[in-house]
Design a protein around this ligand. Structure first.
Ligand SMILES: C[S@@+](CC[C@H](N)C(=O)[O-])C[C@H]1O[C@@H](n2cnc3c(N)ncnc32)[C@H](O)[C@@H]1O
Ligand SMILES: Nc1nc2[nH]cc(C(=O)O)c2c(=O)[nH]1
Ligand code: SF4
Ligand SMILES: [Mg+2]
Length: 242
C-alpha cells in the first residue's frame, strides 16, 4: 500500500471553520504544500519546522490511529494540511472511511485536482487572496468546479476566502461573482499567530469579525454570503492539534 505524509492526527474536536462549522470531527493533517502563504496558521506543515513530526503512513495505519484516538465516538473525518490535494493516494484512505460509514471533509486551496474529490462529502476550496502573496490559477479552479458540478446532491462544495484587508475583500467578491453558484464563505484572518494570550486574541479577533460583518452588511453586491470567524481560535487560541 502507498504511503501518505502525515504530520498530525487529532480529535475528536469541532470543525472550527466554514461549511460544517461546529461538526464533531477527527482531523488528519498531511505534510507539504505547493503554496507558502505569508499568514499560514499551519506553516509547520511545509516550512521545515515540523519535519521531525512527519510520518509516512498507509491508509490502514491512519484508520487504525483514528480509531485509537476517537474510538466509536466519531462519524466524520476532516483531511487538511498543507495541501491534501498533492496526494493522489488519499483515495485509499477515503475508500476505507467510506466502507466504515464515515463522512469526509477536505480543506484545500484549489490549486490541484484529484479524482478522489468526487467522493468528498464536504469539500472546502479556499483560494488565496492578495495578502497571502500567492496567485490564483483560475484555470485549475474552474476545472475543479467543472468536474464537480454533476455530483449528487448529498456531496457539497464551498468557497471560503480568508480576509485580512480591503484588497482581500475585493478579491473575495470577484471570486464569488466568478462562481456565483458555489456557496460562499468569508473568514476572518488571524494576524496574531504567535500569541499565547487567548483572551487578548479572542478580543482582537472579535473586533476583526465585527469589522468584517459591518463591511458585508453595508455591501449590496454581496448578498448570499456567510461570514464566520475561526471558531477554534475563539475557543483554543493558537493551540495546535485542536
Ligand atoms: C491551513 S489551511 C490547509 C488547507 C489548504 N492548504 C488551504 O489553505 O485551504 C486550512 C484553512 O486555514 C485557513 N487559514 C490559514 N491561515 C489562516 C489565518 N492566519 N487566518 C485565518 N485562516 C487561515 C486557510 O485559508 C484554509 O482555509
Ligand atoms: N478545530 C479545527 N478546525 C479547523 N478547521 C480547519 C482547520 C485546518 O487547519 O484546516 C482546523 C483546525 O486545525 N482545527
Ligand atoms: S495553502 Fe493552506 S497550508 Fe498552504 S500555505 Fe496557504 S494556508 Fe498554509
Ligand atoms: Mg487551521
Amino acid at each position: 500500500m502507498s504511503k501518505i505524509p502525515v504530520i498530525e492526527i487529532f480529535g475528536p474536536t469541532i470543525q472550527g471553520e466554514g461549511m460544517v462549522v461546529g461538526q464533531k470531527t477527527m482531523f488528519v493533517r498531511t505534510a507539504g504544500c505547493d503554496y507558502s502563504c505569508s499568514w499560514c496558521d499551519s506553516a509547520f506543515t511545509w516550512d521545515g519546522s515540523g519535519k521531525h513530526l512527519i510520518v509516512q503512513m498507509t491508509a490502514e495505519e491512519i484508520w487504525a490511529e483514528l480509531k485509537q484516538l476517537g474510538g466509536n465516538g466519531f462519524s466524520f473525518v476532516t483531511i487538511s494540511g498543507g495541501n491534501p490535494a498533492l496526494n493522489p493516494n488519499l483515495a485509499e484512505l477515503i475508500a476505507i472511511l467510506k466502507e466504515n460509514g464515515i463522512k469526509i471533509g477536505v480543506e484545500t486551496q484549489g490549486s490541484r485536482w484529484q479524482k478522489w474529490m468526487y467522493e468528498i462529502d464536504e469539500l472546502t476550496i479556499s483560494p488565496k487572496p492578495p495578502s497571502s502573496g500567492m496567485t490564483t490559477d483560475y484555470s485549475v479552479l474552474s476545472y475543479i468546479f467543472e468536474k464537480l458540478k454533476d455530483r449528487n446532491n448529498n456531496h457539497h462544495v464551498s468557497l471560503k476566502i480568508v480576509v485580512f484587508n480591503q484588497e482581500d475583500y475585493d478579491y473575495a467578491k470577484q471570486i464569488h461573482h466568478r462562481y456565483p453558484m458555489i456557496p460562499f464563505y468569508l473568514q476572518v484572518g488571524n494576524d496574531d499567530l504567535a500569541t499565547t494570550d487567548n483572551s487578548q486574541l479572542m478580543m482582537h479577533l472579535l473586533d476583526k469579525y465585527h469589522a468584517l460583518i459591518d463591511r458585508v452588511m453595508k455591501d449590496e453586491d454581496l448578498r448570499d454570503v456567510k461570514v464566520l470567524p475561526q471558531l477554534h481560535a475563539f475557543v483554543w487560541g493558537n493551540k495546535r492539534g485542536v
